[in-house]
Design a protein around this ligand. Structure first.
Ligand code: HEM
Length: 377
């Protein structure tokens, strides 16, 4: 016996969704899919729809299915944002972790604004190489060659000692509890906010890798000469959309770059503002001076704003890969929108950071909570 008219029809039409959510429940969608599954399997959903029917009078089955499906979709979207991670992961075990990280980052950014940029980039380079597992922080050992000396990281990624200092303070407050991967995720969030950018709630519960891979770092991180197609593919490989990629690239509104990373562009690209090209050529010669620095966003290099997109529209992207986002291709319209709408950029950047932060985390019994971020326990 079904509890009211139409209940069986509703159950039948929602069953495919149940199966879909169960597929996800083995990994990222565990929490909400089990809620949805219990609703459906126990026929509570059918009862619930009867209540809805009584409240709203007689409405069509189609309408009810739409309403319930929308509720489920929003539940799933919420869970998908953080995957198996959660926002209150340390609320009982290390309630002060967020303020310790914030204070450590505030000190580091006050001492040198660029450090905010460096920590944000470190998080990106961690997440794109076998997931956000703090593998980038591991020093080389006899048994593996780590990521620090991979092409995109060597003599380039900086800020390891900032994470070490924060980790020491976190350990002093809550021993063997908070992973280096989570500290890095929080530090990256605070870096953006301390430089004037948005803030957001960080999903937590990542564990630390037991190994690191130089070859994976060389293979997974896009280079500054990348084409739009390559960027879309490489971000797509990590489950990130072209829109996520374009929003995340807005991180190039802060920080510095070495001459060796933009030399080709300032001497050989046709789609560069000649004023910017000749300005950069003054300190970045055709040979030598590889490590001379230039701001990536010449306008406001220490402010997290949307100036990056305005630069692109003036052909002032510093990397070839930056200018690919506004060069007559699929991302032009979005660049234009972000350039005129700081709020839209900030909202999309936050969403994309949460998604990037959920790339293949180690959770539960996987990995470990490292005591020293540079080496496995
Ligand atoms: C879209 C593909 C990307 C490419 C090709 C790329 C490439 C680069 C390169 C070549 C540098 C200069 C490194 C050096 O000179 O040593 C750089 C710096 C930087 N990148 Fe990216 N990047 C990309 C995406 C991202 C993303 C997704 C983020 C963060 C969400 C990010 C954040 C940064 C920051 C903040 C800096 C400045 C770091 C500092 O001053 O220490 N980049 N990037």
């Amino acid at each position: 016996m079904w509890p009211c008219r139409n209940a069986h029809a509703i159950y039948t039409r929602l069953r495919p969704l149940l199966l879909l959510t169960n597929c996800g429940s083995t990994s990222k969608l565990a929490t909400s899919s089990s809620v949805v599954a219990s609703l459906l399997t126990s026929r509570k959903l059918a009862l619930y729809t009867c209540k809805l029917q009584n409240m709203a009078g007689t409405v069509g089955v189609g309408f009810l299915v739409t309403v319930v499906a929308a509720v489920m979709a929003s539940l799933l979207a919420g869970a998908a944002a953080g995957g198996p991670l959660s926002t209150g992961f340390y609320s009982k075990t290390c309630p002060n972790v967020q303020s310790i990280v914030r204070m450590g980052m505030a000190q580091a950014v006050a001492a040198e604004a660029r450090m905010g940029a460096s920590i944000l980039r470190m998080f990106f380079h961690d997440c794109f190489v076998n997931g956000c597992d703090a593998s980038i922080l591991l020093d080389d050992t006899a048994s593996f060659t780590g990521e620090k000396n991979a092409g995109p990281n060597a003599n380039s990624v900086r800020g390891y000692e900032v994470i070490d200092a924060i980790k020491a303070q976190v350990e002093a407050s809550c021993n063997a509890t908070v992973s280096c991967a989570d500290i890095l995720a929080l530090a990256a969030r605070d870096a953006v906010n301390l430089l004037g950018g948005p803030t957001w709630t960080v999903y937590l519960g990542r564990r630390d890798a037991l190994t690191a891979s130089q070859s994976a770092a060389n293979a997974n991180l896009p280079g500054p000469g990348s084409s739009l197609a390559t960027l879309i593919t490489m971000f797509g490989n990590k489950g990130l959309s072209p829109r996520d990629m374009t929003a995340l690239s807005g991180a190039h509104t802060i920080g510095q770059a070495r001459c060796s990373t933009f030399r080709d562009r300032i001497y050989n690209d046709a789609n560069i503002d000649p004023v910017l090209a000749s300005l950069r050529q003054q300190t970045c010669p055709q040979s030598g001076g590889d490590d001379t620095l230039a701001p990536i966003d010449a306008q406001t290099p220490a402010a997290f704003d949307n100036a990056y997109y305005r630069n692109l529209m003036r052909r002032q992207g510093l990397f070839h890969s930056d200018q690919e986002l506004f060069n007559g291709g699929s991302q032009d319209a979005l660049v234009k929108k972000y350039s005129g709408n700081a709020g839209m950029f900030a909202a999309d950047f936050v969403k994309a950071m949460v998604r990037m932060g959920a790339i293949s985390p180690l959770t539960g019994p996987q990995g470990e909570v490292r005591l020293n971020c540079r080496k496995v326990n």
